[in-house]
Write a protein of this length. Sequence first.
Length: 311
Amino acid sequence: MRLKLAVAAFLLSTVAAAAYPVTVKSCNRDVTFEAAPKRAISNDVNLTEMMLVLGLTDRMAGYTGVSGWKTLDPEMREGVKELPELAEKYPTKEVLLGAEADFFFAGWNYGMKVGGEVTPETLAPFGIQVYELTESCIHIGPKEKISMGDMYNDLINLGRIFGVEDKAKALVAGYEARLAEATAKVDKSNPLRVFVYDSGEDTPFTSGRYAMPTALIEAAGGKNIMDDLDKSWATVAWEPVVDRNPEVIVIVNYGKVTAEQKIAFLKANPAFANVDAVKNDRFVVLEYVEATPGPRNIRAVEKLVDGFAGK
C-alpha cells in the first residue's frame, strides 16, 4: 500500500511539473512561468478579489492599494483578513522587494504608471514577474474595445499561471451562465443613454470606450454616451454630457465623497436641471469593486438591468 501511495504521489508531482512552463499574453508581452508563484502580491481591490476567488491566498505575500482609496467593504475585508496590506496606495519597488515577492498582479493606473519606478521592466531584474490587467493595456498600446471577455481572460490567465486553470474555467463558465440569465429578457434594440460619473465637480472623471463600465452597460441594454472617448478612465467636460442627455447616470461609489453626495451635487446644479436622468431621478450606484474588472462584474450587470428597468 505504501508503495502504491508513493507511486501515486510521484505521478501527481510529475504531472504537476509537466504543466510548466506556461506562457500567457500580458498586454503586448509573452510571459513565461517556470513554476507557480509562491509569494504573489496583487494591487487594488478588484485584482485582489480575482486572486481570492481562485483560492490563491496561500500563494500570496500580501496586497497593496486598497485602504488608501477607501474601497474595502466588509465582504472584501473578510477575504483578506489573513493577508497584510503592504502599501495603502501604489507600492514602491522597495515594498515589493521587502516582501520577497515573486509575482505582481497589477495594471497600468492600477498599481503601475507608464514611466514609473514599478513596471514589468524595472521588476524583472529582481525576479518579480508581472501580469497586467487586460483592461489597462490601452495605456501602453492599442487594444479591442472593452468586453466581459477581458475579465474572463484575466481569470483564465491567472488560473494558468498558478496551476488552477480548471477552477478558473469553471468560475468563468458560472459567470457566463449567470450573465446570460440576468440579461435574457433585456431588449437591446433601443439602448438607454447612460453616463458614468466617477468623481469630480469642475470636470467629471468618467468611463470611456476601454473601461469596464462600458461593457457592463452594454450587457445590461444601455449605451455609454462616452463610448467614443478613445480612453479607459478619463476626465471630460460637462458640456458634452449635458448635450448627450443621459437617461440614466451610473455613480461609482468609493472614496471620501459618497454616492449620495455625488447625486446631491448633480441634483443641486442648475446646469443639469434638464438632463433626463436628473429630472427623473434615475441613478444606479455601483461600488468601485463592481465597476472595475473582477468577479463582482456580474453583480454589477444585474444591478444595471434592474436600474434600467426602473426597479
